[in-house]
Design a protein around this ligand. Sequence first.
Ligand SMILES: *Cc1c(COP(=O)(O)O)cnc(C)c1O
Length: 399
Amino acid sequence: MPAPIESLLPDLHEDTQLVHAGTLRSQFGETSEALFLTQGHIYENAEQCEARFLGEESGFIYARFSNPTVAMFEKRMAAFEGAGAARATATGMAAVTAALSGLLRAGDHVVAAQALFGSCRYVIEEHLPRFGVDSTLVNGTDLAAWQAAIRPNTKVFFLESPANPTLEVIDIEAVAKLAKSIGAKLVVDNVFATPLWQKPLALGADCVVYSATKHIDGQGRCLGGVILASNEFIQTHIHTFLRQTGPAMSPFNAWVLLKALETLPLRIRRQTRTASILADWLADQGQVRKLIYPGRADHPQAEIVRRQMGGPSTLIALELEGGKAAAFRFLNALKIFRISNNLGDAKSLAVHPATTTHQRFTPEARADMGIGDGLVRLSVGLEHPGDLRADLTRALATV
Ligand SMILES: *Cc1c(COP(=O)(O)O)cnc(C)c1O
């Protein structure tokens, strides 16, 4: 049974939606969302079973494509994003791969921003070409470069903003307009922004993908992904691909992620506030050659940040004087920030992109993306800002 609050939700605030949207209560009237660990469902009779398969009767069939706990997570995410529909996947990469696979066929062409999460670049540069889909990577911040890359068979634009790990920001509205003008679809990987700070669909994107592994879980437990778009887009391009190929989210993970959405605004607002404080402080430290943070006036795309984001970021990029050696000394001296490639976690994390997430690129390709040997990415957690600043102070003293 959908909860009685459901009809009010479109007019309620996000914080309220994230506690209540999508809740389905069983006959037991449980307070907390139930975890339906079931592969399938029992039908009253053969006629009902036939009607479910024909789509004439709504209801659950098989957990590869429909499960009550996963459906609650999908509905809550759709309410949060302001999307017509959502589909959950096993991982963020399953969401990216499914969105692109659902949209593209042999002979098509994709234009993507070059500053992408490494696995997204693999899918676009190496996986899609095996199936006859060409791609062009551009400097995503340069609208003329997107324009110049267009071919008659360009069907999809793909971007990430802010990008990993440089936090460069792309004008989503402008790229969406360009995509629309040639009949291409814009897919945005919105992991770094989170739906709290950026709503790409409202800016004109056709489809948004997330790794729910990051801020949505926010406590380092489960992998997950989600694809959001209009209901028509999901039905036309995504639903059948997911149903038939099976990169489904487990109901257990959906339950963890669903409960995590209840506290997401609290966590992200607090983590963002701490990150802003630390970014301003870090920018004044002599060992920091360059600091990139979307909330600062000196961010290269500060004007776009103001226009398209409701808040800046839980992540900070800083370039240390002294290259890799200095970055390693800094990382090894941290005691509260832990070295990990994950992000969006309650625990503060730090990583050296050049030797980890972006290791497989040539130094030239890394330079093109703005990833120097002294670059460190910080993911700011829920610890006390004073303790984190003391940790950074100790580590900077070694640089
Ligand atoms: C982590 C990440 C992904 C992939 O998500 P997984 O859940 O690890 O598969 C995709 N895009 C971005 C920007 C990410 O940070």
